[in-house]
Write a protein that binds this ligand. Sequence first.
Ligand code: PLP
Ligand SMILES: N[C@@H](CCOP(=O)(O)O)C(=O)O
Length: 461
Amino acid sequence: MRYISTRGAAPTLSFAEAMMTGLARDGGLYVPETVPQMAKAEIAALAGLPYEEVAFRVMRPFIGGAFTDEEFHGLIEKAYSGFGHAARAPLVELAANHFLLELFHGPTLAFKDFAMQIIGQMMQAQLAKTGERITIVGATSGDTGSAAIEAFRGLANVDVFILFPHGRVSEVQRRQMTTPAETNVHALALDGDFDDCQARLKDMFNDFAFRDGVRLAGVNSINWARVLAQVVYYFTAAVALGAPHRPVSFTVPTGNFGDIYAGHIARAMGLPIERLVIATNQNDILDRAMRSGVYETKGVAPSISPSMDIQVSSNFERALFDAYGRDGAAVAQLMGELKAGRFAISQGALQRLREEFGSGRASEDDTRATIAATLVATGELLCPHSAVGVKVASEHLSEVPMITLATAHPAKFPDAVETATGIRPALPPRMADLFQRPERVTRVPNDLAALEALVRARKGA
Ligand SMILES: Cc1ncc(COP(=O)(O)O)c(C=O)c1O
Ligand SMILES: N[C@@H](CCOP(=O)(O)O)C(=O)O
């Protein structure tokens, strides 16, 4: 299995190389050269298996010779042992034919743990083989950061720097990133929004002297391994509802497009997914692009679902690559145009995107109303991101079962949930003292040279 760049001008890599490389050296994102297929019988055989075994069977064809089967089984077992639910990703029925996939039972209470815990294991295993020391820099709108810190804290051969937008994450999210005491963890509050954080991260990858000097690695969904691990729960959920013998649909609260792109891969592998619905908050660039064919940034407006306050949606590039018939030069041109704020999607590509993805948006009022109404109707307390999903899903229901991804625990966003319902959700007991722990954070400017200097100085490089 080889991995190619969406911009068509970087070396092809093995799975292990792609995982340790992060952004391709032509600025693109790695994707598998071909998507492995699962036959109907193989999908049917997943029914009733533990999550870990499904993870092994779904991911194994993508990893090539990176790990032996025994090693890979061991890494997966360790990755999910810290989850607080035996099913790992339980399904809850919300209404007739509408289900919620709860993805917030991992250590940091968001879906990011599903991928970050296993890539933490895989990267450590890889580093043990090569003896390398790496610098992880991550950009976060709130959840990737804490999940990455949890996966890599305290490791001797990894430094973790997390850029988050100052004042634009919830207090729980911020404290999850600023309270770990391990000295290899560096929380950096950047003066800007998430798009600035992600742009500076990509700038660091595109500065080869810096990148090679600090041995930069990425754990955002830039990293193919992140997307791969998120493919698994599409299989567990669909099979639990009767796939491959009947199709299902998914609605996915979307920002950086990694989670829904994982659904696209599940479908490409053979999982019968009828609709994949993009659900955006008021930062609705993806919904607008799907409707108008023009992808145009308008600046981020802070919302009560802050993790989705994103305008430059990194993985949309992977979807465009497929929609343009895997033409790397065409994608490189679009990404060049985006530097000036917009590009138009060709008619053919737009048609292919529309065949695969539906879309919708939820306003702030919609989101609050959905949290309140869902609590009354079902007893389920939604986080604002999951509520965006439920609202948009409610506009796409049909006779095919709809599964909405619940991407974070409501206790990560207590203010928004309390405003909507009057109930202040409590953190789990293991995090009960989060507000008493001392914080360590550095305020940083939105400036590449300053950020690179800080990373070098902290590493002693
Ligand atoms: C809670 C939550 N929901 C939804 C999303 C959107 O996921 P994606 O960026 O993969 O589209 C994110 C972050 O990205 C998130 O943290
Ligand atoms: N919402 C994310 C943004 C980064 O997304 P990623 O999937 O590329 O890591 C976050 O919570 O940080």
